[in-house]
Design a binder for this molecule. Structure first.
Ligand code: TYR
Length: 869
């Protein structure tokens, strides 16, 4: 049982008690793990208060206060709290000691919060509120303590016993047991606590910090996977060096450990000195991981490492402030990825994610500000809004005050708040002091929700040679946001004008939009310019600016800013898709093919061309059309793809073949993505359908030394999209080859779920019965159920409602197994508002069914209440 009433940001009050030190002794056992927790507690104020500790799913064995055992009459206990009444310490002065003994059952813990088993290993997950599933504690981020953790377990099964901080003691015990004791000198909230025990392979390395300290780096993986940890290790060292160079931030303990586990709800967790990772974000070799796996591993390793300062050294006062650490850390990992790779392509990928998914969240029933004000289940707020939009808010700040002031602001932030639990306002205040910029209006980004809509109009006066741009902004008006205020929005733009020789030249500007409506005047503009707005995507907004095709083509060809060039192309493609959804007879223009041909023969970076060729996704366009018919949208996107494939076939084929040769010569990620986007188009044509099969065979014939998973998977994805004849054979070949490799089998399940075939539902039922399928492993559950809902829009939105029914049925099962995973998977169902009425009815039907489930988890309840309100 958990608390079933919401909490509010406005109710925050500091803890009445502090805990200076925690002494934990954990004796591990599958069913009966014993936790002895010795707390050194002080009162935080003069008033007489009860000590109310959080605890869920734990069995209390005993409590002592100042070495006196308490009897059951002396305290109160229920499903969520243990209360020691104030009368017990009315006479205590200064520090007092509470010792609590509890028992937990890791084996039964399928929610994967607190202490659980991942395969043979024990591990923990405490963010946000998992520590209360290990022992009774003041489970809130502003209570910070140093920890000593003694881990005891069987030595043969669990040779490695890990916890936060530095190892201070170890030894053998009776009956084949042994122990290791760890001490973490940095006071931390309990959400950063971690403990791991298992039999791993260990990859070690070291890093010398800029001040000359030697740090041991250790990555623990399942046995047999040692070589797959190399890329993670390289990424870790790059991250450590980058944070020193860019932010002057050094690592602070003698050891940094990463453990990869197969059972994990999220991507990874930044526990102090002991990160626990979903193995998906650690393990890679060129046989079994794709180029994007490599990219993501590097990014997640960096993200968790960067948390050591932005999250751990300075943490959140309360969970409403989550974006303080997550938005900032995502911004930092985005900067890092942009530095390590193509910054243009990295930025485009950030924006694609935001537009396709965060904008949908903003428009759906769970819309919330990046600093939410009301929470029932905190796990529901690890959202694209808090993370990705949160990062966009930090980026806008960076744009407004400039890189140098931003760095000064970061320095000041650490100077003021190191070792403390603070708020988003504290962060902005540090930035404001360091840059001497008034950021009071900017703070509204933290309290208002929804994607602001910006309307743009322009006037050029030939006589005075002035160009005027009028921008107006509107955030969504809803019951809970009746009167949204004007936000402080940085608008970067380029004016494109022919120079004296008639060549297109561009001039960059940055505007600060602070009013509801504002006109900006540019003087001495020789002719009417073409304006490329929102360079680098300088703000997370939706733009309405009527620009004709000709202007968009000019931007595609001449803008300096690569984001603008890419975005103009996307706007064009979106406009075609929109037209196709309403007008069956719409004839797509030859100009589009010409520009694709130009693109394919240009000298641009391959990865960038690949991005330009990639059509906007179903989700992205769905968010831009009111009450869209999903079937029509699927068809429109397909029509456009086939039009491009036919029209540009020759150049697509030439590029494909060229890249195929180039790609095999070296490790050229961009070339591979260009090749595979060409393949996507080409495989839609009967004349070149066999290419995908050839590519799969080539990647698997053993001739290429490093078999390339990127190429195999791209080929299978294309085959699945057209339900190619060869698909069944290839899928079984793939299955035979990879059945023992968990992460690759996740990919296999995902491809299976995305096959565009009438028989998909029978197929899904079979897959659920597959010996390797289990709802208990989050990656596996997502790879089948999530992939179907996200990557197979045609059948997920099938007009009979069968797709919705399938999803709801799985969510109902997951409600009791793993509420967090259930709650994440429900997203596409609650975002029903963007679809036409007949689909809304079908989707809501499933939501109502779920709402009636007995023992509905808080996770699902919160979302269903919002969706059905
Ligand atoms: N703090 C983690 C991050 O790096 C996210 C996380 C949150 C992981 C909750 C697990 C979890 O249960 O973003």
């Amino acid at each position: 049982m958990t608390d079933s009433s919401p909490r509010f940001l406005s109710d925050y009050s500091p803890s009445d008690f502090n805990i200076s030190h925690v002494n934990l002794t954990v004796t591990l056992d599958d069913k009966n793990t014993q936790v002895v927790s010795e707390l050194l507690v002080t009162k935080a104020n003069e008033s007489l208060c009860d000590l109310v500790l959080n605890g869920e799913h734990v069995k209390l064995i005993s409590i002592t206060l100042e070495n006196q055992a308490l009897s059951a009459q002396q305290y109160e206990i229920n499903d969520t709290h243990l209360t020691l009444p104030s009368s017990l310490f009315s006479k205590t002065q200064g520090e007092f000691k509470v010792v609590i003994v509890t028992e937990v059952n890791p084996e039964e813990n399928t929610a994967l919060e607190g202490l659980f088993k991942s395969g043979e290993a024990f591990c923990t997950q405490c963010e946000a509120e998992g520590f209360r599933r290990i022992t009774y504690y003041l489970d809130r981020p502003d209570v910070m303590a140093t920890f000593t953790t003694k881990v005891i377990a069987n030595k043969v099964n669990y040779p490695y016993l890990l916890a936060n901080g530095n190892k201070i003691d170890s030894g053998d015990l009776a009956e084949g047991m042994h122990f290791v004791t760890w001490y973490d000198p940095f006071p931390k909230p309990c959400y950063l606590f971690a403990l791991v025990a298992g039999n791993f392979d260990l990859l070690t390395d070291s890093f010398t910090t800029s001040s000359g300290r030697e740090v041991n780096l250790e990555i623990f993986v399942d046995q047999g996977n040692l070589h797959k940890a190399e890329h993670a290790m390289t990424s870790l060292k790059k991250s450590m060096a980058w944070d020193e160079q860019v932010y002057g931030l050094e690592y602070d303990l003698d050891i940094y450990m990463i453990v990869a586990v197969d059972f994990f709800n999220m991507g990874a967790m930044e526990n102090k000195g002991l990160n626990v990772f979903n193995s998906k974000y650690v393990l890679a070799d060129s046989d079994c991981a794709t180029d994007s796996d490599y990219f993501n591993i590097e990014a997640v390793i960096a993200h968790e490492y960067f948390h050591n300062w932005t999250g751990n050294r300075v943490t959140c006062r309360d969970w409403f402030q989550l974006s303080l650490k997550e938005g900032l850390t995502v911004f930092r990992d985005q900067q890092f990825s942009a530095d390590m790779h193509s910054s243009a392509v990295t930025r485009i990928q950030n924006v694609r994610l935001l537009r396709a998914q965060q904008f949908a969240e903003d428009a759906g029933p769970m819309a919330h500000p990046i600093r939410p004000t009301k929470v029932l289940e905190m796990n529901n707020f690890y959202t694209l809004t808090v993370y990705e939009k949160g990062a966009e808010v930090i980026r806008m700040l960076h744009t407004l005050i400039g890189a140098e002031n931003f760095r000064k602001g970061m320095d000041l932030y650490f100077k003021r708040y190191d070792g403390m639990a603070v708020t988003c306002d504290d962060f902005i205040d540090a930035m404001s002091s360091a840059s001497a910029k008034d950021l009071s209006q900017f703070k509204l980004w933290y309290s208002q929700f929804g994607t602001p809509q910006i309307n743009v109009s322009e006037v050029y006066d030939t006589l005075t040679k002035t160009y005027q741009l009028t921008l107006s902004q509107q955030s969504p008006v809803t019951k809970s946001q009746l009167d949204p205020k004007a936000l402080h929005i940085p608008i970067k733009l380029e004016l494109l004008l022919p120079d004296s020789e008639g060549k297109m030249a561009s001039k960059s500007h940055m505007l600060e939009l602070t009013e509801q409506e504002q006109t900006f005047t540019f003087n001495d503009v020789t002719t009417k310019p073409i304006t490329a707005l929102l360079a680098d995507f300088s703000a997370p907004v939706k733009l309405t600016f009527e620009q004709d095709e000709q202007s968009l083509y000019t931007i595609i060809n001449h803008a300096q800013n690569s984001f603008c060039r890419w975005d103009a192309g996307q706007q064009l493609l979106i406009s075609y898709i929109k037209r196709l959804t309403i007008d069956n007879d719409f004839v797509l223009p030859q100009a589009l093919i010409n520009s694709i041909d130009t693109l394919l023969t240009s000298k641009n970076e391959h990865a960038f061309i690949a991005e330009q060729l990639q059509l906007p996704s179903f989700d992205e366009v769905a968010g831009l059309i009111d009450k869209v018919s999903p079937q029509r949208l699927v068809e429109a996107i397909k029509k456009l793809s086939i039009f491009i494939a036919k029209g540009a076939q020759e150049n697509l084929l030439r590029t494909y073949q060229y890249c195929q040769e180039q790609g095999r010569l070296g490790n050229n990620v961009g070339t591979r993505s260009l090749k595979n986007i060409c393949l996507q188009y080409l495989s839609l044509l009967t004349t070149s359908q066999s290419l995908a099969q050839k590519q799969y065979d080539l990647a698997n014939n053993g001739l290429v030394q490093n078999e390339n998973m990127t190429d195999s998977l791209a080929a299978l994805t294309c085959a699945a999209k057209i339900n190619a004849e060869s698909l069944t054979n290839q899928l079984s070949h793939f299955e035979n080859k990879w059945q023992d490799t968990t992460l690759v089998m996740d990919k296999w399940f995902a491809i299976n779920a995305s096959v565009e075939t009438e028989t998909i539902f029978e197929h899904l039922d079979q897959l659920m019965e597959h010996p390797l399928f289990t709802l208990k492993n989050p990656n596996r559950a997502r790879s089948l159920i999530g992939a179907f809902a996200m990557n197979n829009p045609k059948y997920f939105h099938c007009p009979t409602g069968r797709g919705y029914e399938f999803l709801a049925a799985q969510i109902a099962k997951l409600n009791t197994i793993n509420p967090q995973v259930a709650s994440r998977l429900i997203t596409p169902l609650i975002q029903f508002k963007s679809f036409e009425a007949s689909h809304q009815i079908l989707m809501k039907e499933q939501l109502v069914k779920l709402h009636n489930l007995p023992e509905l988890s808080n996770d699902l309840k919160e979302k269903l209440d919002a969706a059905l309100a």
